[in-house]
Design a protein around this ligand. Structure first.
Ligand code: BGP
Length: 460
């Protein structure tokens, strides 16, 4: 084997409740913003496909967990659905949800698949969104109670907990870029949501620490490494700003316990500082995590802003930089993003040099492809492009590890093709193909390759 990994390395895939579970009549699940928005704003969703069309994990989880064992996973990340567990956001717990998650966790452990459990994957209960969502500080308390309930119910068996998936996204996509419900476009409100999500993370970590459970707790971040077009000061400034707003803001708060001074300066200059109290800053400063998940899909190529933004318009990080597609780069045309395997190495190095070389793992990485049915031969998707994608990224990851990066595992997005927030089932990501008409789940060539990789703990 040219590339080998430590014996304890976690191999598996990631998924999330809303994207995979689906519902059953009478299962007691409450509505979350996606159930609501995909119905009420149906035109915004690809082909109008709602959260009702999923890969049916709620129904099939026992067979699905068997499938994980079939391809030798030793770990799997998914999220708990807040609106399934506590349908009104606060208060009574749904017994069917408790039974389901208990059995899911027990079955995973029985099959040798370590459950990595995330508490929140973009899916706030609708009743709490109606009370202002994460703009309202009371929701932090509701989240804290929800986290406590989860730790009490499952903390004896779950050893790897995550408070949020991609904390930036609900703020950015929901309050600035008009992609997620409630479709607001207002920087200060977005910053408030992000700040409150960070506080909710800190509160959940504090609850977990207080309970003296034996596991680890962390958070999952989306990191888009930024590359300037040139070393010219204007391009470098653009890159600095893109990184500051979209990555450093959250990373520093979570991993260094404070927001970057530079961010404060810029926001003060533009009168965009959200309300932040001394108690908030103290809480952030006193919180530390055990394990970091990193979702990596693409780089951000950045150049100096070409047009001066309208000062009357909505303030945005995009006032400071333009993104561009670098000529000659390999693109995933289904998603319109560059494929840049070295990005994973650059992230690992940054964690090593700037963030104390904390234990981390790749919590998502993958390639979404439109029209995968065209690659079916002999009943199997021949996804050699996915195998190449995996090999290239794992090669860079392996190199970073050989240089001292504390990476503990790799989870591909995703296990079975699942529903996506933006494109429903257009782009397929899974090791297993989901046939939406029949509900059949069939392994792809990449799934077989991954099994071999896990069994050899490496590849050539
Ligand atoms: C990540 C999300 C996942 C998943 C993935 C694929 O950012 O955490 O939930 O959706 O992106 O992206 P998309 O669904 O947009 O193709």
């Amino acid at each position: 084997m040219n590339r080998t990994f430590p014996k304890t390395f976690f191999w598996g895939a990631a998924s999330s409740a809303t994207q995979a579970e689906g519902r059953k009549i009478g299962d007691g699940k409450g509505e979350n913003i996606w159930d609501y928005a995909s119905k009420e704003y149906n035109h915004r969703f690809y082909d109008g496909v709602t959260t009702e069309t999923t890969s049916l994990f709620y129904r099939d989880y026992q067979q699905d967990i068997q499938k994980m064992q079939d391809i030798s996973f030793n770990s799997f990340r998914t999220s708990l659905s807040w609106s399934r567990l506590i349908p009104n956001g606060t208060g009574a717990v749904n017994p069917e949800a408790v039974a389901f998650y208990n059995d899911m966790i027990n079955k995973l452990i029985a099959k040798g698949v370590e459950p990595f459990i995330n508490l929140y994957h973009f899916d706030i209960p609708m009743v709490l969104q109606e009370r202002g969502g994460f703009e309202n500080k009371e929701v932090i308390d509701a989240y804290k109670q929800y986290a406590k309930t989860c730790f009490e119910l499952f903390g004896d068996r779950v050893k790897y907990w995550f408070t949020f998936n991609e904390p930036m996204i609900p703020a950015e996509a929901g309050y600035l870029h008009d992609r997620h419900y409630p479709y607001v476009v207002d920087f200060k409100r977005a910053a408030t949501v992000l700040h409150n999500i960070i506080l909710a993370h800190c509160e959940a970590v504090a609850v977990y620490r207080k309970m003296n459970l034996s596991g680890k707790i962390g958070i999952i971040m989306d990191v888009i490494p930024v590359y300037p077009r040139s070393q010219n000061p204007a391009d470098l400034y653009a890159a600095e700003m893109a990184d500051l707003f979209y990555t450093k803001s959250v990373n520093d708060a979570i991993l260094k316990g404070k927001y970057p001074e530079r961010l404060k300066d810029v926001l003060t200059e533009y009168n965009q500082v959200p309300e932040v109290t001394d108690a908030d800053l103290k809480l952030i400063a006193s919180t530390s995590i055990d394990l970091l998940g990193i979702n990596y899909y693409r780089p951000r190529r950045v150049k100096a802003k070409e047009c001066v933004p309208n000062p009357q318009g909505v303030f945005s990080p995009e006032w400071f930089f333009d993104e561009y597609v670098m000529p000659g780069r390999r693109m995933n045309t289904s998603r319109g993003i560059e494929i840049y395997p070295k990005g994973i190495y650059d992230i690992a190095k940054k964690i090593q040099t700037e963030y104390g070389n904390i234990d981390w793992f790749v919590s998502e990485n993958g390639i979404g492809i439109e029209g995968e049915e065209a690659f079916i031969e002999d009943g199997m998707v021949q996804d050699d492009y996915r195998i190449d994608f995996l090999k290239e990224h794992l090669t860079y990851l392996n190199q970073a590890m050989s240089e001292g990066s504390n990476c503990l595992g790799y989870h591909m997005w995703t296990f079975v093709d699942c529903w996506s927030w933006g494109n429903a089932y257009k782009n397929r990501y899974g090791f297993y193909r989901m046939d939406l008409a029949t509900g059949a789940k069939t392994i792809k060539k990449s799934g077989l390759w991954f099994k071999e990789l896990i069994e050899n703990n490496g590849f050539d």
